[in-house]
Write a protein that binds this ligand. Structure first.
Ligand code: SAM
Length: 323
């Protein structure tokens, strides 16, 4: 790692030391300043920064940072969703009070464009968003601007997410009829997952690699063959803020494209499709794949086709009926 990169990692670690000493992660001037510094340090594209090759100490800092950023993001969303739902008129007319609203507009457009490019004109009728939170901006942006006849089912493990998000959309004549919220751990949702053409998985569902892979395996077991799984990942220094999803984490899926933004959209986007299961229960295609050397723009994964046998178990887990 060059000395400039070493300096970048040192700056991130120094910011972690300050952030980890904060008494609260609730939005405040101190919290906002530190997180703005952290995000602006991590955003400039730098493919030579590979967090997976750093020391155990830096890896531990990264894991803690992802957790802290996740908590701060949740509190920020909760804070602004509470303000928005206090408006007398339609809260969806005031989304721009959220500091990262423009980022969600750009991310939503990027995800819609990738879907359009890879779905060959098919318009999804039923979309699931997993980890929608108290301010489900991805679903709202997609439903309002891009998928104007699509039904959205939002899943979140946190009860306050459903209560705030439902209130947020309740006064919008269109969105309130097409958007539903469920308080459930996605690991407890099984049969219902088959009804979705597209499933989005929020970056912060599964913060550790093994947690993320467990969720992906669960989705692979219950999604409909041919359905699309949209994931959020991170690249370069941005991987200090969010987990990385690699094609090899997506067993049973064909990775169609990975897009690494180079502007202020922080998340990379991974679009994949659940592989068909042939009659003998074997999967067509295989888990491992080769990525062309990353040029930090748009990468198509090259799938190596290998036969792969997969046992499917029926989960008797509790499941909330979709409305
Ligand atoms: C802070 S939100 C970010 C999503 C963002 N609002 C968007 O529109 O892209 C991430 C959410 O994931 C939820 N979450 C984490 N693990 C989950 C799980 N196993 N099942 C369902 N939701 C989960 C958290 O409760 C949190 O509200």
């Amino acid at each position: 790692m060059g000395c400039q990169d070493e300096q970048l990692v040192k700056t991130i670690c120094d910011l972690y030391e300050k952030i980890s000493k904060l008494e609260s992660l609730k939005p405040s001037e101190d919290v906002n300043i530190l997180f703005k510094q952290l995000v602006s340090t991590c955003i400039p594209p730098n493919p030579s920064i590979d967090v997976t090759k750093m020391s155990d100490t830096v890896q531990e800092i990264r894991l803690n940072l992802i957790k802290i950023c996740g908590e701060a993001e949740g509190r920020l969303e909760h804070h602004f969703s509470s303000i928005l739902t206090s408006f007398q008129d339609n809260p969806l007319n005031h989304l721009n009070i959220f500091p990262y609203y423009n980022n969600y507009l750009k991310l939503g457009k990027l995800e819609f464009d990738l879907l359009t490019q890879n779905l060959n004109g098919f318009v999804p009728k039923n979309v699931a968003f997993i980890g929608s939170g108290p301010l489900p901006l991805t679903s709202i942006v997609l439903a309002s601007l891009h998928l104007k006849d699509t039904i959205f089912h939002n899943f979140d493990i946190d009860p306050s997410a459903k209560s705030l998000a439902s209130l947020l959309v309740s006064s919008d004549p269109d969105i309130s009829q097409r958007m539903f919220f469920h308080t459930v751990d996605i690991m407890d949702v099984t049969e219902s997952l088959k009804s979705f053409d597209v499933v989005f998985l929020a970056a912060l569902v599964g913060m550790k690699k093994e947690e993320k892979v467990r969720v992906i395996e669960h989705l692979q077991k219950h999604m409909d063959p041919g359905a699309v799984l949209m994931l959020r990942s991170a690249h370069g220094p941005r991987a200090f803020l969010y987990p990385i999803v690699e094609p090899c984490d997506l067993q049973g899926f064909e990775v169609l494209s990975i897009y690494h933004p180079t502007d202020d959209v922080i998340n990379s986007v991974v679009i994949s499709k659940k592989l068909p299961i042939v009659s003998t229960g074997n999967l067509v295609g295989g888990p491992s794949c080769l990525l062309q050397p990353c040029n930090c723009s748009k990468i198509h994964a090259i799938m190596s086709k290998k036969k792969n046998t997969m046992m499917i178990e029926e989960f008797g887990a509790r499941e909330e009926q979709l409305s």
